[in-house]
Design a binder for this molecule. Structure first.
Ligand code: ZN
Length: 486
């Protein structure tokens, strides 16, 4: 079951062309560093991508890069966000795009977000967008005005009902639309641009039948979704802030061009607040991911590792808001550590006799939670329950049979690492602590060699000196593990 924003209810997931699944998620506009607002949709839909694949589907995941047409006011006015950054920094727009795309990829890799199957750029699909605009014009749902082309919302609304996704009707939209410059080109203030004639100072421009200009922001996802996933595809995702106008306009464009809805299920992740406040530049609480990782922001008491951020986001259901604060992040850091410790312990505990802890049906319960609209919070809580059982076995207060131990290992690994996409980090993930980790590994290898040579004095000395520094060394059947007690 997944919650479909379009129908406002949980629906059983039935792909249009099983075992193939088409998934489209709106990617970043690459004119600045990736922040928390980028992390949440990326992580949410990464888990969906991973889970669908584990269920046996062949998923084609398209996540675009917006590098043209996203204007400052999200509507049809203002300077292009990328062109503005390029002007301020005296760079080519594509230098800005390249720089921030690479930084975005680095941040996503740190968060263990898998790359999508296809990552198309809007600027590389101008021809497809012009085709889309032509079709909408031919079908009578758009008009040309001063070299620009606008979508005729009122005409579309009569035929197809505008506002199905956001629940807004045309009057609501009209009441909240600001009168801005250039709107005199429009028949109706609710109309939105499909193609904009470029002003002389506008640097990102392409020829079209109507003018030298650039596509409207909403066109790219409709054009690229169709190109890579077909005229109808399964899931379209993004942040809740994109429901209106972006996704509402995408639906209208698709129906106006192709005569039928393109997307079967719409999924939206909720927003992030910081210390109870909306995140935004004007609140001075705009924290980039790299600042979280290094701790270099006045609101942060310490660095938070990429996995702490990932774990924290997944501890909430994706449709709930998440509030970031130091206390909550520190709790997440401990929670993640507990899970990783349990995994390491799980690899050292022996099986013996009958199973006296409650680990039966863990796999089934985790699947149930995931199948209930991707309840990652519930999965984590089940993994915590399992961790308690693991510790009881390690402490000799309970036992587990060989079959159950093998099943527990497999299930724990499947959900923790493969589906939730968590991974082990040493320390807070910064380079110095990683280097410490490597040194400890090296010492343990020497100790292993000493043991093999029956040089117990050296082996004990390494162990004791590491223990004195706070490293807890555990020897198990499957090798030696260590952790730093703080
Ligand atoms: Zn989009």
């Amino acid at each position: 079951m997944i919650y479909n924003t379009l129908t406002r209810k949980k629906e059983i997931f039935e792909p249009l062309h099983a075992p193939n699944v088409g998934l489209y998620v709106c990617g970043p506009t690459v004119y600045g560093d990736a922040h928390l607002g980028h992390a949440r949709p990326a992580i949410t839909f990464d888990v969906l991508f991973r889970y669908l694949q584990k269920l046996g589907y062949k998923v084609r995941y398209v996540r675009n890069i917006t590098d043209v047409g996203h204007l400052e006011h999200d509507a049809d006015e203002g300077e292009d966000k990328i062109a503005k950054k390029a002007r301020l920094e005296q760079l080519e727009p594509m230098e800005v795009v390249q720089y921030y795309t690479l930084r975005y990829h680095k941040a996503m890799e740190a968060l263990n977000v898998l790359p999508p199957s296809i990552e198309p750029h809007a600027s590389g699909h101008i021809i497809e967008q012009i085709e889309l605009v032509k079709e909408i014009l031919d079908n009578g749902f758009a008009y040309e005005s001063e070299g620009s082309v606008y979508f005729d919302v009122a005409k579309y609304d009569k035929a197809h009902n505008y506002g199905v996704l956001s629940g807004r009707n045309l009057d609501d939209v009209l009441n909240t639309t600001r009168e801005l410059d250039g709107q005199n080109e429009k028949r109706n203030p609710a109309d939105f641009a499909l193609w904009k004639c470029a002003q002389p100072e506008h640097i990102m421009r392409w020829p079209s039948p109507w003018s030298n200009g650039f596509p409207g922001w909403h066109c790219e996802c409709t054009a690229m979704g169709r190109k890579y996933l077909g005229e109808q595809f399964d899931i379209h995702g993004g942040g809740m802030d994109l429901v209106f106008p972006h996704h509402e306009c995408e639906i209208a464009q698709g129906v106006a061009a192709m005569g039928k809805p393109v997307v079967k299920y719409w999924m939206h992740n909720n927003m992030i607040t910081i210390n109870g406040q909306k995140m935004g530049k004007s609140y001075n609480n705009f924290i980039n991911l790299s600042e979280f990782f290094s701790g270099s922001h006045p609101l942060l008491e310490q660095p938070y590792s990429p996995m702490t951020i990932r774990f924290f986001i997944l501890q909430a259901h994706y449709r709930s808001t998440v509030d970031f604060g130091n206390e909550a992040l520190q709790a997440a850091e401990k929670g993640l550590q507990r899970l990783m410790d349990a995994w390491n312990t799980l690899n050292t505990i022996p099986s013996a006799g009958a199973t006296t802890v409650d680990v039966a049906k863990l796999r089934e319960k985790c699947h149930e939670a995931m199948n209930d609209d991707m309840n990652t919070a519930q999965v984590i809580s089940l993994l915590f329950d399992a961790s308690r059982s693991i510790n009881q076995i390690a402490d000799g207060k309970a036992t587990i049979s060989a079959d159950d131990l093998a099943e527990l290992k497999e299930t724990f690994h499947l959900f923790t690492f493969d589906i939730l996409g968590l991974k082990e980090e040493r320390g807070s993930g910064n380079a110095r602590e990683e280097a410490y980790g490597k040194v400890v590994d090296m010492l343990l290898e020497q100790r292993q060699a000493a043991k093999a040579a029956k040089d117990w004095a050296t082996s004990d000395r390494i162990r004791n000196e590491l223990a004195a520094l706070g490293f807890e060394i555990k020897d198990g059947k499957e090798g030696t593990t260590w952790k730093l007690n703080r």
